[in-house]
Write a protein that binds this ligand. Structure first.
Ligand code: HEM
Ligand SMILES: [Cu+2]
Length: 645
């Protein structure tokens, strides 16, 4: 009996009111979902329409919902930390809990918020922009989504079962090693990232192939919309960057589960190996999430200035240059860890060089707006706000890149200010701009303008109030990852200001949630399919796009294909043919459940469960390999009916 109690108290995290609160919330929400699905008889619908779908448009919506939930979770983490830091000597969170929260916050924001938000945009937009019926590998696309989903789930349950990881989002050994971190937390981190990482890699391959092979006839590479170009660049980075991460995670996992010593100094290993591998992924990762945001800005600026983008070729070139040079900067994350002056210099210069193509892009956006007919829609507001914000983030980045000076800023709040400025001002602003821009295409109605403008200003003001003081705090000596600080250092008031800013952003987010709910009912319906007078092919079809996207695949004659078609005012040719489509499949979902089971078992060193899960994965792959019934045709009649409605 006592052993069961002992086990339960280790397994279920206890003792903290926040955790009891989450337990109750999880149980209530789960019961509510089960009740609603049963009451409205929606289980079959859920399975047929969503869990088994291979349609890129539905996968986009699922990524979007998941990433917004994760933004909420990561945001709550952020608010909790900011409350704890608001005053000196606070006792809101214990030190251990603070460690867990900054770890989950960072991990979730980057891997389970930014990545899926980006994949939502990839999926929602790229096939439509290039005039394709789906991605190159629709089934693999579903596999990617479910691997991400169950990876995210695995990390999130650590909070109530077993304990969260606490060695930072970077999980450097030896702190993340067995000796200093014997609990299951770091295993959760390693397995969750490994599982979702397979999905991300597959998405990178999938979209690269899609863009290279599935473009509508006539669309040359240099005719592609800039968002599609940005996705191409981002995918190239994914394909080269994720394998080093997988290796780093796997080696650390082997250290932890099987007692190897890749990263333990005492037994001949070296933690610097991990740190290098991590950042060989980690720095390019920043550009993986940033480039598609740049793509969004390019589309938005051009559409809402009613002009062709200025400097298209230099935009493409600068993205491709960034995707290469971003591989030669990783060491700037540890200038202070003893690489020596020559090596530091190399990486300092490479880092600063990235500023050049980025600066080129910023000038191109400004020149596109110059003498344009500007419409200040929500998407455009976020885009315009991004420019000064990212310029400051970039400038502080160049300051950090000066290796000798970095000895002063390293791991201080100056750094925290810098990377939030790049990640929020660059990435989050960009994805939100993209969301407002493509929302009508995804859902068939616009998001309410008035509420959106309120949310925008709360975010903007909150952002600067929150992060500007942090630069000063950094100079005043406040280091990152500390859970409290004594009175008398003069840090109190700036920290309080920063916390107020975090709350303002929180209000902005709540208004956005309300905006979505409100617009579902009252939002302006998009009956034209082209609500913004767009330039690219996604605006040539109805909103939301029909299952097969294009009844007839368009012929493209140059850049801004839809704009050209509108100028020529030609009737669309009506030669409709049956459309070849992939069939839905339950295997991606089921296989990912088995991955989850394997991950969960290995987290607790239950090798039997790990083995069982992996066996399940293998069986799923086997079954799929012998399944030849994977496609069907939509008949001409069905297409005509859908097009007429
Ligand atoms: C929405 C407003 C946000 C606030 C108020 C906020 C606040 C914070 C705070 C207080 C920390 C901990 C600092 C420390 O103790 O070292 C932190 C760390 C971090 N944040 Fe945020 N954050 C926000 C959004 C984001 C976003 C959008 C991202 C990424 C896309 C992000 C990525 C990170 C990362 C990677 C860390 C480092 C975690 C670590 O040290 O391991 N944050 N943030
Ligand atoms: Cu970097």
């Amino acid at each position: 009996m006592s052993s069961i109690k002992d086990f339960a108290s280790h397994f279920f995290v206890t003792g903290d009111p926040l955790i009891y609160g989450s337990d109750v919330a999880i149980v209530l929400v789960s019961l509510a979902i089960i009740f609603v699905l049963t009451y409205f008889k929606k289980w079959g619908w859920l399975w047929r329409e969503w869990l088994t779908t291979v349609d890129h448009k539905k996968i986009a919506i699922m990524y979007l919902i998941a990433s917004l939930l994760m933004l909420l979770r990561g945001g709550i983490d952020a608010i909790l930390m900011r409350i704890q830091l608001a005053f000196p000597n606070m006792h809101f969170l214990q030190s251990e809990h603070y460690n867990e929260i900054f770890t989950t916050h960072g991990t979730i924001m980057i891997l389970f918020m930014a990545m899926p938000f980006m994949f939502a945009l990839y999926n929602a937009v790229v096939p439509l922009q290039i005039g394709a019926r789906d991605v190159a590998f629709p089934y693999l696309n579903a596999v990617s989504f479910w691997l991400f989903f169950f990876g995210a789930l695995l990390l999130n349950i650590s909070f109530v079962i077993g304990g969260s990881p606490n060695a930072g989002w970077t999980a450097y050994p030896p702190l993340s090693g067995l000796e200093f971190n014997p609990g299951p937390g770091e295993n959760f981190y390693l397995l969750a990232l490994s599982i979702s990482g397979i999905g991300s890699l597959a998405t990178g391959i999938n979209f690269l192939v899609t863009i290279l092979k599935m473009r509508a006839p006539g669309m040359k590479l240099m005719d592609m919309p800039l968002f599609t170009w940005s996705v191409l660049a981002s995918c190239v980075i994914i394909i080269f960057a994720f394998p080093p991460l997988t290796v780093a995670l796997a080696l650390l996992l082997i250290d932890r589960l099987l007692g190897a010593h890749f990263f333990t100094m005492a037994a001949g290993g070296n933690p610097m190996m991990y740190i290098n591998l991590f950042w060989i992924w980690g720095h390019p990762e920043v550009y993986i999430v940033l480039l598609p945001a740049f793509g969004v800005y390019s589309e938005v600026v051009s559409t809402f200035s009613k002009k062709k983008i200025f400097g298209y070729k230099s935009m493409v070139a600068s993205m491709m240059i960034i995707s290469v040079v971003s591989y030669f900067t990783w060491l700037h994350h540890f200038f202070t860890m003893g690489a020596g002056a020559d090596v530091n210099t190399f990486f300092a210069i490479a880092t600063m060089l990235i500023g050049i193509p980025t600066g080129v892009k910023i000038f191109n956006w400004i020149f596109t707006m110059f003498r344009g007919r500007i419409r200040l829609t929500q998407a455009m507001l976020w885009t315009i706000a991004f420019i000064p914000c990212f310029a400051i983030g970039g400038a502080t980045g160049v300051m950090l890149a000066i290796a000798p000076a970095d000895y002063q800023y390293h791991n201080s709040y100056f750094l925290i200010g810098h990377f939030h400025q790049a990640l929020i001002g660059g990435v989050v602003f960009g994805y939100l701009a993209g969301l407002y821009y493509w929302w009508p295409k995804m859902f068939g109605f616009k998001l309410d303008e008035r509420l959106g403008v309120w949310a925008f200003w709360f975010w903007q003001i909150g952002f600067y109030v929150c992060f500007m003081p942090q630069y000063a705090l950094g100079f005043m000596g406040m280091t990152r990852r500390i859970y409290t600080y004594p009175d008398g250092l003069g840090w109190g008031s700036l920290n309080l200001v920063s916390t107020v800013g975090a709350f303002l952003m929180g209000v902005g987010f709540i208004i956005q949630v309300w905006q979505i709910l409100y617009s579902i009912k009252y939002g302006e319906r998009d009956v034209t399919g082209d609500p913004w007078d767009g330039r690219t092919l996604e605006w040539s079809i109805p909103s939301p796009a029909p299952l097969y996207n294009f009844a007839v695949i368009p012929h493209v004659k140059g850049m801004d294909a839809w704009w050209m078609m509108k100028q020529e005012m030609k009737e669309k040719p009506a030669q409709i043919k049956p459309i070849h489509m992939p069939k839905n499949s339950g295997i991606p979902f089921i296989m990912s459940v088995f991955f989850f089971i394997a991950g969960f078992g290995l987290t607790f060193h239950w090798f039997w469960m790990g083995g069982f899960g992996l066996l399940g994965v293998a069986v799923c792959m086997f079954i799929r390999s012998f399944d030849y019934d994977t496609d069907y045709y939509i008949t001409v009649d069905e297409i005509k009916r859908a097009e007429a409605s």
